[in-house]
Design a protein around this ligand. Sequence first.
Ligand SMILES: [Fe+2]
Length: 389
Amino acid sequence: MKNLQELHYFEVPTVMKHALGAVNHLPGELEILGVKKPLIVTDQGVVKAGLLDMIIKPLKDASVSHVIYDQVVFNPLLATVAAGTEMYRKNDCDGIVALGGGSSMDCAKAIGVEIAHGEPVLEYECAEGKKELSKRVPPLVCIPTTAGTGSEVTLWAVITDPAREYKFNVGGPLIAAHLALVDPLLHLSMPAEVTAGTGMDALCHAIECYTCAYAQPQTDAVALLAIEYAGKYLRRAVAYGQDIDARYYMAMSSMLAGLSYGAASAGAVHAMTQTMGGIFPVHHGVAVGSTLVPVMEYNWMGEPEKYARMALALGVPTFGMTEREAALSAVEACRELTEDIGIPRLREMGITEADIPRLAQEAFNDPQTIGNPRDLTVAAYEEIYRRAL
Ligand SMILES: [Fe+2]
């Protein structure tokens, strides 16, 4: 553990409930939270996959009135948030249900910030000169339809400011969901490439948070199990979408990895991919998957003992290996996983050599660079980007 003089804290304001068929409990859960007319925040992909119907049916059966905002786009913009806030106000809603991946859940959290504070969420960016959150968001239920972001339990939302081509963070305990309702049955229809990308995001949250400077025993504990589950079940979930066990444990991996964020941030992969996502329309999880191994190759020397422990969690028989060999075997295990599940390279996402200097500089400026297990420079980021290309 680093920074022993610093006061560490770990707070989880979110109640977590999970089961196959958990969404059928939504009406009762809204009643517990005192919500009579929720705004349902979701996106067109979720609607087309028939997942919205799966939560509307129990609401209708229980005569719970609701309003649907289904215009969330991936990498949600300030305007995406503002339109949802407007809809909430116009319809006198008194709570929010987020149904979707990180984009819908983060958008819902940001709508909650605007409703609670009566100001645009941009005022509450996690940056110098901006305001701290002072009010709790309205009752918020997060129902993830992917297993990756963990946003249902994190204290963060990531929103894109198109004027700056920048994805900014807003967060703290006041933004967290009141309830995470996890139903792996919603994950069965996820296409293989989405399963792969989002699953790598979960694995990466756990790896970065386990090895970053903000790590502490509480986050280490959940991160290690998240790594173990992803190592064991991600291939199966990608290979056969209807594998219920694989879907369940990937949902748990994602949630545990979300908890491993604690109150802090991740590391170089997230510094790179968040800044990249503000400039290029890349899918966050896929971008994470393509940069994770090159970052691990760079980082392992900063936390060799923890890398060796991760190898064990990933199923590598490390008995008899030196610490260096075991640490490097964790990198190798992640490389094999990345290749097995078909994560594309950055080049295939439209990134070119010419983009690297700007991307490296932006990643270096990102607050998540601080806390990475190995010191970074712009030149180091450039080298990592080249390996991921
Ligand atoms: Fe992520």
